[in-house]
Ligand binder design. Sequence first.
Ligand code: SF4
Ligand code: SF4
Length: 242
Amino acid sequence: MVRVAHVHLSACTGCLISLADSYEKLPEILEAIDLVYSITLADEKTVVTETDEKISIERVYPDNVDIALVEGSVCIDDEHSMALLKEVREKSNIVVAFGSCAATGGINSFSRGGQDPQPTHTAFLPIGKVIKVDFALPGCAPAIEGILNFIFAALEGDTDYMLPYAVFAEEFMDTNGLDLARRVISQSLCMGCGTCAAACQTRAIKMYDGKPNFDMDLCINCGICTFQCPRISVSSTVFNIE
Ligand code: SF4
Ligand code: SF4
């Protein structure tokens, strides 16, 4: 059975809630996998030391994980998160950036320190800036259909279906609405389909005269507009003059 871990870094847990919202599909997923690590979906603890009255309890990331779903961006001021992320990479065959905070930095990109409840935490990065990520599933939170399709494709080893997620992990960890404008619209590749506007969860994109307009004050760097744009794959190659 496929050994799956869910790792929670800096995020609101919305991605996991989106998965849990699948209702009838969640038991099917849990039956198809061996969930070996999750501090949110499971409550397993290992006692590592015991002194007089004090018990130290640690949740241990296991060896030989097949798929690690990492939710949240990583706070580079937090040694524990950085160490956990590196341990996840070392012990996992496949690492998936699950949701926009992990994939592109998302709304955590706007952190600057001094903000409650963690004022000392100043800098958050998409996890691909710290470790090699195999697949990225953007969305704030990702739509449940997308999560389910990805999970079942991963369980079946459907690499064709998973290819765009691999490309996104490799090429788009910094993307946002402005990046889509630069890569597609500024290169005259936009066909005015409106997919980006429909996908944007903050309504930062509106269609005028058949073309998208961006309000970057509303953009949360989720990257889903780039992921959904049917012309983005063309943009990587069209003006790539060797
Ligand atoms: S424009 Fe919208 S969809 Fe695109 S990155 Fe910004 S918030 Fe996300
Ligand atoms: S999804 Fe891409 S092609 Fe479609 S309107 Fe947006 S930028 Fe243009």
